[in-house]
Design a protein around this ligand. Structure first.
Ligand SMILES: Cc1cc2nc3c(=O)[nH]c(=O)nc-3n(C[C@H](O)[C@H](O)[C@H](O)COP(=O)(O)O)c2cc1C
Length: 175
């Protein structure tokens, strides 16, 4: 695999590349489903690069691959949601790694019940908690775009639920 970025003087490039990837994978994170919509197209995508980035106003940043369907939808629709997965819902993280199909029943996306937020993006009904954000700023970040959104709605159907984190799974992203 091609090396990306600087290698410290004297380091073996391949060994350093592997170390750097392992360290990046160890950055603690949650796992969410990122909801997006434009017109009648919508999607849910497994996502972990999300964090709050301002207090006033309440801003949350998400970083989305430029070649993802969700990138097109967030860019066009100007909004996104983050559905917080429960720790025992790890199967859902594997389900939403490619564009989700509508249905099979009305009100479902990728086989999961969704509701529409105030901005029109889908939110997972089974989420322990969720945020909905309107995009205020975007920043190019290599092969991703960082969308910074202001929180315009949120909900917490189950505030006691333990949330799914990357270390609860065998999944990783980036590195
Ligand atoms: C655990 C996990 C975390 C992920 N986190 C992100 C992420 O933060 N940003 C991102 O663009 N893609 C992330 N992905 C990849 C997406 O889920 C998806 O495969 C890809 O972006 C295409 O999504 P699409 O349905 O919008 O085309 C992650 C995948 C996994 C398995």
């Amino acid at each position: 695999m091609a090396q990306a970025g600087p290698v410290p003087h004297g380091a073996d490039p391949d060994a350093y590349d592997r170390l750097r990837r392992r360290v990046l994978w160890r950055m603690p994170s949650g796992i969410y489903l990122l909801g997006s919509a434009s017109g009648d197209r919508r999607n849910l995508m497994t996502h972990n690069w999300a964090m709050q980035v301002a207090v006033v106003p309440k801003l949350v940043a998400v970083s989305v691959r430029r070649d993802a369907f969700s990138h097109e939808l967030v860019g066009e629709g100007g909004a996104f949601s983050l559905s917080f997965l429960r720790r025992d819902d790890r199967a859902l993280a594997r389900l939403f790694t490619k564009p989700a199909q509508e249905g099979p029943a009305p009100g479902m996306l990728g086989g999961q019940q969704v509701q529409l937020g105030v901005t029109g993006v889908p939110v997972l009904v089974a989420a322990a908690a969720w945020l909905e954000c309107e995009v205020r700023t975007t920043a190019e970040a290599g092969d991703h775009t960082v969308f910074v959104g202001e929180v315009v709605a949120c909900g917490a159907p189950d505030e006691e639920a333990a949330l799914l984190r990357m270390e609860d799974t065998r999944l990783n992203y980036g590195g």
